[in-house]
Write a protein of this length. Structure first.
Ligand code: ATP
Length: 149
């Protein structure tokens, strides 16, 4: 169903080039309600769309790093100025009110995502350069590894 949701999202935003590589996460078990993971990813993808510049490219990657899963949503959009970066997970924080008012956001998305991720023992981190793009990385502990054969 996660892949189904992602495909739907890509269809809704067919003017974007959305690529995904989650193959590495096949058979890896993470303790999270699927709907919640979906909700978190949609918040991140939604932001990637809203704050994309002219370059409408979004990349979703999933990798296994030691005992953790890392899922990254990366865009080539307008980015977040360094001074604002520490605050974007705060409720109602928006970088540029006038700039983003047209996008109709409330500044709650990342705050909700952070709370949901924490609920499952995970973490969320953002890396960004103004004018270049943003990458948000989710990390979750792996409950069960795939059988190696
Ligand atoms: P919503 O509650 O609808 O998601 P929002 O997008 O304003 O509204 P957040 O998702 O919490 O709220 O994001 C907070 C702020 O961080 C945004 O207003 C935006 O300025 C900045 N931001 C978040 N994601 C990105 C991104 N991918 N690229 C550039 N800026 C971003």
């Amino acid at each position: 169903t996660l892949l189904y949701t992602l495909r739907n999202f890509a269809l809704l935003h067919s003017d974007f080039e959305i690529t995904q590589n989650l193959n590495e996460l096949e058979d890896v078990v993470v303790h999270i309600v699927p709907n919640h993971l979906e909700q978190i990813l949609l918040i991140l993808l939604d932001n990637a769309v809203k704050y994309s510049g002219a370059l409408r490219v979004i990349q979703l990657d999933g990798v296994v790093v030691r005992s953790q899963v890392q899922i990254r949503v990366e865009d080539s959009g307008i980015g977040v100025p360094e001074d604002d970066l520490p605050f974007v997970f705060q409720r109602f924080y928006r970088v540029d009110k006038s700039r983003s008012r047209g996008q109709g956001g409330s500044g709650l998305g990342l705050a909700i995502a952070e709370r949901l991720v924490a609920k499952y023992g995970g973490s969320i981190a953002i890396a960004s350069k103004a004018g270049q793009g943003t990458a948000v990385t989710l990390t979750f502990p792996i409950v069960q590894r795939p059988k190696s054969n």
